[in-house]
Design a protein around this ligand. Structure first.
Ligand SMILES: NC(=O)c1ccc[n+]([C@@H]2O[C@H](COP(=O)([O-])OP(=O)(O)OC[C@H]3O[C@@H](n4cnc5c(N)ncnc54)[C@H](O)[C@@H]3O)[C@@H](O)[C@H]2O)c1
Length: 246
């Protein structure tokens, strides 16, 4: 049987590493694309690491050519790269807005675009984009929430366009995770207070861990999920169900 190849963007980050490790365990060959630290992270995991910026089409093209050179195929794309710099609407800087939209929304669209010929060659494929619970509201920053909501629209459209190629396209929408993304949000006591309130608001009284998110991704890229497309799977320990204090 052919070994399937997965591409994970933002693969050197907190969640990306865990997704990559999970897919390796499931028998995929994995290429990590990241604008920081891809070769190092890949070396630790036994993956292929490629420096790439998902907002730059040339860089996306070169990275996927690199995957082709090594393995000649792409079977699954995990759009995981994301940024969430703090801002308020009142102080909105158009450059910050554009930067957030570029990484979180335009990046996944570019990655999908350049995977299409590979999926066509392989007669099928899987796309899973990492959204966020905040697309429903209750997020900290407007541009990030807007980008993650846009990702749901992109996914539903892509599911229709790529379905005839045998490609499923879905979103996994997590809630708060203890990763470097949140370490940039303030002092550790603030982040830990946030985490405590979040767990208290969960019907399951728990936080979500990167492994929980990776498990959902692993399911959606598997053959078992062949009939699921255009869907948004929340991995939030139930915090997307009701108003919560955060
Ligand atoms: N941490 C959370 O609480 C949380 C909650 C919900 C959703 N998410 C989503 O999970 C995903 C992973 O986030 P994380 O928590 O692991 O954060 P992280 O900061 O640890 O990792 C993000 C990775 O994306 C990479 N990246 C950023 N811009 C890039 C670009 N232009 N090109 C290539 N790589 C780029 C970074 O270098 C980093 O390695 C993101 O899409 C994020 O929005 C995170």
């Amino acid at each position: 049987m052919t070994t399937r190849v997965a591409v994970v963007t933002g693969g050197a980050g907190g969640l990306g590493r865990v997704i990559a490790a999970t897919l390796l365990t499931d028998g995929f060959r994995v290429a990590l694309l990241d604008r920081h630290g891809a070769p190092e992270a890949a070396g630790e995991l036994g993956a292929l690491g490629i420096d790439a910026d998902v907002t730059d089409e040339q860089s996306v093209r070169a990275a996927l050519d690199g995957v082709d050179e090594r393995w000649g195929r792409v079977d699954a794309l995990v759009n995981n790269a994301g940024v969430e710099p703090a801002h308020t609407l009142e102080d909105l800087d158009p450059t910050v807005w554009q930067g957030i939209l570029d990484v979180n929304l335009a990046g996944p669209a570019l990655m999908i675009k350049h995977c299409i010929p590979r999926f066509r060659r392989g007669r099928g494929g899987r796309v899973v984009s990492i959204g966020s619970r905040v697309w429903l509201g209750g997020g900290a920053t407007a541009a990030y929430s807007a980008a993650k909501a846009g990702l749901v629209g992109l996914t539903r459209q892509a599911a229709r366009e790529l379905g005839p190629l045998g490609v499923t396209v879905n979103v996994v929408a997590p809630s708060f995770l203890r990763t470097p993304l949140n370490a940039t949000k303030g002092d550790p006591a603030f982040v830990e207070g946030f985490a405590r309130r979040f767990a208290a608001a969960s019907p399951l009284s728990r936080l979500v861990e990167p492994l929980d998110v990776a498990a959902a991704v692993a399911f959606l890229v598997s053959d078992r999920a062949r009939a699921i497309t255009g869907e948004t799977l929340h991995v939030t320990a139930g915090t997307h169900l009701a108003p919560y204090v955060a």
